[in-house]
Structure formats: C-alpha cells, structure tokens
Write a protein that binds this ligand. Structure first.
Ligand SMILES: [Mn+2]
Length: 283
C-alpha cells in the first residue's frame, strides 16, 4: 500500500514555540513526496492568561486546510505534527473516510480538556475530547461522525497536572479507557497493547487511527518536546511499542507523529527517534 505523508506545521495549540518546525525538520531528508502545511508566520500567538480559547480562529483555519488535504487522499496517511491540536484535523479526516474507526492515543497526557475544564486555554490539551465530539468549536470543518468513546483508548498517561481532576472526570464520564505508563511498565507492553487494540478495534471488527505523542517517551531520551513529563518510556519500551504497531499495520488506517519540538532537542536525540518511528510506520 502507498503512504501519503502530511506535515502539520502548527504550534498554535501551545504557548511554547517550536513544534511548528517539527514536520519540516523530521521530513527534511525524506526521499519521497509529502505535503507540508505551515502556519502563517505573521500570526502573533495569544499568550493572555485569561484567554481560554487561545488562537482558536487561527488554529481552526490551519486545521481546516489540513483536514481538506488529508480527506481527499485515499492512501494510508501519516500526519507529522505540529502540536497535538493538529490531530483534530488528521483524526477526523480519517474518520470521515472510514466511519467505524477506533483510536489509540499514545501520550503522557490525556488531552481531554474541554473549554470549561482547561485552565491554560492551550488548545493542544483538548484534541482527544474534541475527537469524541466535545469542543465542537474546534471541528466546524467536519460534518461526519466523531470517534466512539467506547473505542477510544489512551496509552501511556502519567501527567500530574494540577487541573487533571476535571480532565479525568471528563474522560470517565465519556467512558474512554486509559492505560498508564505504570500499566505498561508493570505488565508487558504486548499485553497492554493487545488490550488497547482489542478495545479500539471492537475485537478486530474495525480498523483504527493511532496518534503518537513523542512526550510519552522519557525526556532524558527524548527532550525535544514542548511539555516533557518525567518517568516516561525507556528506549526498549519505545522499541517494543513501535514494533508492536508494525505487526498490526493492516488495521492502522492513519497515523500521527506529533509534538516534536526541535528548539528543545539536544544533539538531535529526539529527531532520530522520530525519524525512526516514521520509517517504521510507512507502508
Ligand atoms: Mn498530546
């Protein structure tokens, strides 16, 4: 099967600059053709503390274009972000083409805030909730179904953010399954990934979308992200997860690789990991 790669060069969902440069850095030596979208360089990002919908209209404008590009493509697609808010576009575009998809969100964070629960207004904390149909101000470009929360799984959560209570409440109310980094470390990776795939594919009755946030990896190995979380996955565990994914490629309709921030990277450590994951996930 052919792969089409899209670069979602936006960091409009986060107050820290740099992840907008992620796709062009990761894809710089990529041999085949890809479609790169980049945010307008003239945009002045809102950094106001009390602005709880930071850069909403410029993000929507960006995601609308990204969604349209991905939606018209019939191949298996990989979207290289960008902060994680770009996955609202990639996930929904894939779902529009394949209405029964489940989703696995590999991430140190839940990304399950709503406009009500967010205290920062950084919209990269809202995408998974948005993919389940909450926060529809972030998905006006989409007129199809949303991901079924019963087929939505988070893998690798470990953040201890102060406001996480509300986010956890949101995710419980919706019925999303969460496996923590500890679950991965205390069981085998294969066991947890088997469970995640079973739930997201409804016992292998449907395909799925995978969204991989590089901050699930320990920041000692992968410092090049915007919101690092200590005690993450080690090299062996990342290897096992990505290898697992390659054995299940037949079920994976689309894949995101997000949150690479070259401005925070050290000696291209994170870049090498990101490029390695990308090469593994190409079909
Ligand atoms: Mn994320």
């Amino acid at each position: 099967m052919q792969t089409t790669i899209f670069g979602g060069g936006s960091d409009l969902g986060v107050h820290i600059n740099g992840s907008s440069l992620g796709p062009k850095t990761i894809l710089k030596n990529y041999q085949k053709k890809y479609v790169l979208l980049e945010q307008d360089k003239n945009i002045k990002k809102s950094l106001k503390k009390d602005d709880l919908k930071k850069n909403l209209s410029s993000l929507n404008e960006f995601n609308t274009k990204l969604y349209q590009e991905i939606e018209k493509e019939n191949n298996y697609s990989i979207m290289v972000g960008g902060d994680h808010s770009t996955s609202i576009a990639s996930g929904l575009a894939s779902l529009k083409k394949n209405p029964h998809l489940g989703i696995i969100w590999i991430d140190a964070h839940l990304d399950y805030n709503t406009f009500k629960s967010t205290i920062t207004g950084n919209l990269h904390g809202l995408p998974l909730a948005s993919l389940n149909g909450l926060n529809q101000d972030l998905s006006k470009f989409h007129d199809g179904p949303y991901f079924d929360p019963k087929k939505t799984v988070v893998v690798g959560y470990r953040s201890l953010e102060k406001n996480a209570n509300l986010e956890i409440e949101n995710i419980k109310t919706m019925g999303v399954t969460v496996f923590t980094t500890n679950d991965l470390k205390e069981n085998s990776i294969t066991k947890i990934m088997n469970l995640a795939f079973k739930i997201a594919t409804d016992n292998y009755q449907n395909d799925l979308h995978i969204s991989f946030d590089l901050d699930v990896i320990d920041p000692i190995i992968a410092p090049g992200v915007s919101i690092p979380e200590i005690n993450g996955l080690n090299e062996q565990e990342v290897f096992e997860i990505t290898n697992y994914l390659t054995t299940k490629k037949d079920y994976i309709k689309s894949f995101d690789l997000v949150e690479y921030n070259p401005l925070n990277d050290i000696n291209d450590k994170t870049l090498k990991i990101a490029q390695n994951i990308l090469n593994k996930m190409v079909k």
